[in-house]
Design a protein around this ligand. Sequence first.
Ligand SMILES: Cc1ncc(COP(=O)(O)O)c(C=O)c1O
Length: 442
Amino acid sequence: MSSHQSAKANSLDSFWMPFTANRQFKQTPRMFVAADRMHYTTSEGNQVLDATSGLWCVNAGHRRPKIVEAVARQVEELDYAPAFQMGHPKAFELAARLVNLAPDGIDYAFFTNSGSESVETALKMALAYHRVKGNGERFRLIGRERGYHGVNFGGISVGGIVSNRKMFGTLLTGVDHMRHTHDLEKNAYSRNEPEHGAELADDLERIASLHDPSTIAAVIVEPVAGSTGVLPPPIGYLKRLRKICDKHGILLIFDEVITGFGRLGTPFAADYFGVTPDIMVTAKGLTNGIIPMGAVLVKSEIHDAFMNGPEHLIEFMHGYTYSGNPVASAAGIATLDTYEEDGLLTRGAELAEYWADAVFSLKGLPHVIDLRTMGLIGAIELEPIAGEPTKRAFTAFLQAYDKGLLIRTTGDIIALSPPLIIEKGEIDFIFDTLRGILKNLD
Ligand SMILES: Cc1ncc(COP(=O)(O)O)c(C=O)c1O
């Protein structure tokens, strides 16, 4: 190896990090080298409480023995099996477990490797469903302003986060967006669902009449918008959306990538809101973050529409090399076992009030302009520094890290989503630490 090569091997230069301020990071790196349950260990040996479940995925806490052992066993036993025209038992077992957990009427699971891939799969499924039913004129996809549906082309087309879209050309055609539901004037400091704004669902009606409802294939929303800064839906909003979809034969897709697997104190947001979508997009908590995996859960009616024609033909021309990968499937099964054994899919409901009280204890601190909660999700919206958006929250993030707390920021909003195993004392630590930071933040 030349001296140039060995110098390179030891530097941080080569890794172009995702969704990261690369230059800032490489000047003052923040490295995790180990994790256990609620905490990370940094390369300096410090403990950091994980108030974000990694990236909303480690719902059962880190390095849970049952999941770790299942993965290790699976690697020894069957490392990989082709995903196309071949099978292995664990993918079937996990699919059955998932549809059992999902709301009634959702009977099939299609595996992917991430939330973004689940979104693309759901959008393609919706378009193809109408086509196999003889309704190919339904080609439009409707999303919502401020929606986040991953980073692939379909996802950013229906997504509504401007900074994630503006660099990438024309995106998908035939896409329109409903208005977002954030209304600080009417709804600031709402606990759970805000009171005002159910009528914003009627935007779908407006868009439907603009384009002709019979041209619309599907509408996709996050039941609780996460990445844009945690926006719970107004009371009645999702039910109204369901009604309008039913009226016009439009498929309703819930992107449950962050709301799935107990985040709201129910298995899925669909359960919390009493609204069953036609297609549910999942990932993240499905394997507790240990191995990448996503799943698209669908109603029988959609699956069955594809099951015609000669039986030797592939019904849906879609899939990934790692769809239902054996190691990911083993991780998924052990994750569901862990959630069940520890009662984690409903633990968020037990802690929700304590959590919400803790979030609302920050009311009145400098720069705080809104607080939002739902299940074990919290958001603290800060007034941006004039001319320097995102800087105030990012400074809070850096200070929190130095004080042993991992938070996430999006714009000037701090978003919290701790592992569902969190104890009350750890909730106190999060908010005592944040209180100390916010009191003195410029
Ligand atoms: C609602 C939602 N959809 C999709 C995604 C994309 O998931 P992934 O990063 O696994 O592709 C995310 C990620 O945060 C998400 O929050």
